[in-house]
Design a protein around this ligand. Structure first.
Ligand code: SAH
Length: 378
């Protein structure tokens, strides 16, 4: 809804590249890059464009949007759903995206526990009564570590084309720099936050005194939240309506972790098998030896391992070998490969995750492959 009509219609005087709304979103993205919040709520999220950008920030595990208007959120909310690729290659981090319909003038427990709260071009849409309640809800009740608030700078309006009073018909007010900064400073003081002012959309050379087209306040809570203060004032009941919820597949979920580990184990074991058989064939050709009867020492290619893991493989002599038609690849060898190691953490976990999914030797210590066939279970 709010690309701010006039800002986007500049024909002669000023044209922002990239468009101002993208600069605002980029500002938030940079803030996420700086503070690495895990839980982010976007208040007045409208058609969820910012949330769509933020879902790609790998530090974020919980994303929530709030808007008073469900219709505007519903237009594009399908874009917040996981894509087929998210299932094929689940991310390591968990991610839940939720959209709520409700007013920022009301407190709802679902808005507790966020690290970063963004209010991009929201406050100027609030009625006087809502604006009055806004600081208590956002800074007093939600009390995230960081709050970012952007709003039009009315001093810049003289540079915009058109004669409209405000940049958007739904704006209830537009503040100049002093008005915004005194409101922000008073709010920060009252709720123990520090605030710094900046903006996006530079004024033309020689007109710097008008300030940024969009003014921004970044509030940082001065003291860490104690569990006591976090719980001091929980409202009894939920007042927001949840209109969307997506839980992304992640390796934190054992179901997806199992699939990823089984695929990686089979892939790794097949590579080892191939190298082993290639070596045996080469030796056989050289010495006219009988490769199948011979217990063969596998020398892993050093560049497949980190230095430490490489030593581990060699020192413990984790040797894959061929016996009859079967190739045995010890789980310890497979576990020493960085990706398997990272996915599982411990050898015990590896054994647990592949149980029943990969054919193992009778003592459970090695993956078995037929020399002719690929491992076909699963
Ligand atoms: N943040 C978006 C949209 C800003 S427009 C962007 O940057 O593009 C402001 C949004 O605030 C609108 O979608 C409007 O529906 C919503 N809004 C207005 N009053 C609200 C209130 N009291 N509580 C929550 N959202 C509100």
């Amino acid at each position: 809804m709010d690309k701010n009509f006039l800002e986007e219609q500049f024909t002669g005087i000023i044209k922002f590249t990239p468009p101002l709304y993208k600069q605002r979103y980029q500002f938030v993205k940079d803030l996420v890059g700086k503070y690495k919040p895990k839980k982010v709520a976007d208040l007045g999220c409208a058609e969820c464009t910012l949330l769509q950008m933020l879902k790609f920030c790998s530090c974020i595990e919980v994303l929530a949007g709030l808007d008073i208007c469900a219709t505007v959120m519903k237009e594009n909310m399908h874009r917040l759903s996981p894509l087929p690729g998210d299932y094929l290659q689940p991310a390591e981090r968990p991610l839940t995206v939720t959209l709520h319909q409700g007013s920022i003038a009301h407190k709802d427990p679902c808005m507790l526990g966020f690290d970063l709260v963004t209010c991009i071009e929201l406050i100027e849409h609030l009625e006087q009564s809502e604006l009055k309640k806004f600081p208590e809800v956002v800074f007093g009740f939600m009390a995230p570590r960081i709050v970012v608030i952007s709003t039009p700078n009315s001093e810049f309006n003289t540079l915009l084309p058109g004669k409209a009073l405000f940049r958007h018909p739904d704006h209830k007010f537009e503040w100049n720099q002093v008005q915004f900064q005194s409101w922000a400073l008073e709010t920060a003081r009252h709720y123990d936050y520090s605030v710094e002012f900046t903006g996006v959309g530079h004024p033309p050379t020689g007109m710097e005194n008008v300030g940024f087209c969009t003014q921004i306040g970044v509030f940082v809570r001065k003291y860490p939240q104690t569990s006591e203060s976090a719980q001091s004032e929980k409202p009894a009941e939920a007042v927001y309506k949840t209109v969307f919820r997506a839980v992304y597949p992640s390796l934190k979920d054992e179901k997806y972790l199992k699939n990823a580990v089984v695929s990686e184990v089979i892939f790794t074991a097949q590579n080892i098998k191939r190298s082993l058989l290639d070596c045996l064939v080469a030796e056989h050709e050289e010495y006219n030896d009988d490769p199948v009867e011979r217990k063969f020492q596998f020398q892993p290619s050093m560049n497949c391992f980190s230095e430490d893991l490489g030593k581990l493989v060699v020192e413990k002599s984790m040797e894959p070998f061929v016996n009859g038609n079967v190739v045995y690849i010890p789980l310890t060898t497979i576990f020493s490969f960085p990706k398997v190691n990272r996915l599982c953490g411990t050898l015990e976990k590896l054994c647990k995750l592949i149980a029943g999914k990969v054919t193992l030797s009778s003592d459970g210590s090695a993956v078995m492959f037929d020399t002719e066939l690929e491992n076909e279970e699963n």
